[in-house]
Design a protein around this ligand. Structure first.
Ligand code: ZN
Length: 117
């Protein structure tokens, strides 16, 4: 790995090191690790999937409601849609909360520069 010089104290630092070993200043921009990237893309994919599911579910349910013969059938379809939408919404919410926690945990940290002055 190539060596770069520290912007603060000019001592040689590996470009893979997140901070200078002699003065502690951050030299490299920290990147998300593999797990962090995985979580990020899972989060995005999860939201898209939930959106598709939501739109698809509501569309299918309204088709059932409009083709329903009796009033009771229509009410049942509406109730089913409501419960289904609630379940999808709560699943979406909890999924986002859990994935959000993982996102925060895997977030790249920039160490605060420690100066000897
Ligand atoms: Zn330094």
């Amino acid at each position: 790995m190539p060596m770069i010089s520290c912007p603060e104290c000019n001592s040689p630092v590996s470009d893979a090191a997140p901070q200078c070993p002699s003065c502690g200043v951050a030299v490299a921009i920290p990147k998300r690790g593999f797990f962090g990237k995985l979580i990020k893309w899972t989060f995005i994919a999860f939201n898209i999937l939930m959106l598709i599911w939501m739109i698809g579910g509501v569309g299918a349910a309204s088709k059932v409601a409009s083709s329903a013969a009796s009033e009771a059938e229509r009410a049942g379809a509406a109730l089913g849609t409501g419960i289904g939408a609630m379940m999808v919404m709560s699943l979406w919410f909890f999924g986002d909360v859990i994935l959000g926690i993982f996102l925060l945990l895997t977030r790249p940290k920039v160490p605060p520069p420690r100066r000897k002055r």
